[in-house]
Design a protein around this ligand. Sequence first.
Ligand SMILES: NC(=O)c1ccc[n+]([C@@H]2O[C@H](COP(=O)([O-])OP(=O)(O)OC[C@H]3O[C@@H](n4cnc5c(N)ncnc54)[C@H](OP(=O)(O)O)[C@@H]3O)[C@@H](O)[C@H]2O)c1
Length: 267
Amino acid sequence: MDKVILVTGASSGIGNETVKLFQTKGWKVAATMRTPEKSEDLSRIVDVECFRLDVTEPDSIRSAIDGALEKFGQIDAIVNNAGYALVGPFEAAASEQIERQFRTNVFGLMNVCREILPYFRERGRGTIVNVASLGGRITFPLYSLYHATKWAVEGFSESLQHELRPFNIKVKIIEPGPIKTDFYERSMDFTSKEGLDAYNDYVGNLIPKYEKAGKNAPDGSLVAEVIYNAVCDGSWKLRYAANSKLVLTLRKILPDAAFGWLIRRAI
Ligand SMILES: NC(=O)c1ccc[n+]([C@@H]2O[C@H](COP(=O)([O-])OP(=O)(O)OC[C@H]3O[C@@H](n4cnc5c(N)ncnc54)[C@H](OP(=O)(O)O)[C@@H]3O)[C@@H](O)[C@H]2O)c1
């Protein structure tokens, strides 16, 4: 029987690769994004339908879900992938930047969950995949606000898995390490405050290192494979590493002080 998946943030990177992988595996895919007009690559693929969905606009979520149900007749899984990083000294962040970071990465993801849940619950099954991050389990300097959102996604998802289990709804968390996508380029937002120069050297030293890690990383297809496995493995397993296994293992076995020392040395 046909299976249907809805993916947010499908215009580039991990979301885009996820759409393509599921399609090649025989799934029907609702590829959602803020500006579907720009997505010529996906709109030409058979069994892929593009819908406009901005996670910060609940009406657009509702109408994308309705559109996918109308087109494909069902939705079996959703991938909450849309997100970006606000980077730089916390002290330099404007309230609007902080709010937009949470509105997208946390409240946006929650909005999508809230819209799909009545359907999954009434249907008696469904899978929610939340793309968190290695940065939802560990932290690096200058990413404090991004980490705050991804740690929130971790806690939210971990709790949700318990309360949705009686309804046969699975929750999966994907924890990618560095992945070469638009994440480190056009999608990134930076904090800055006029007259605040105290962090300049620190920022100037660290940001190029982060950018280099992104440039040398594997591409989004690696995460798409992990998402595919999470959706299809039939288990109730919650967390899936993607280019992050070694660091997650070290985090598990080392005490806080030792792990903190390791992070400072690594950067
Ligand atoms: N790349 C990494 O190293 C890495 C590591 C760990 C976790 N992640 C997570 O992976 C996810 C995907 O990121 P990526 O690496 O694939 O980066 P990306 O290529 O920049 O993709 C981000 C996607 O999110 C979309 N988006 C942003 N705000 C949105 C909104 N309000 N509504 C709907 N879509 C929105 C973007 O759409 P537009 O085209 O409209 O901007 C884009 O499609 C993110 O949640 C990110 O935090 C990435």
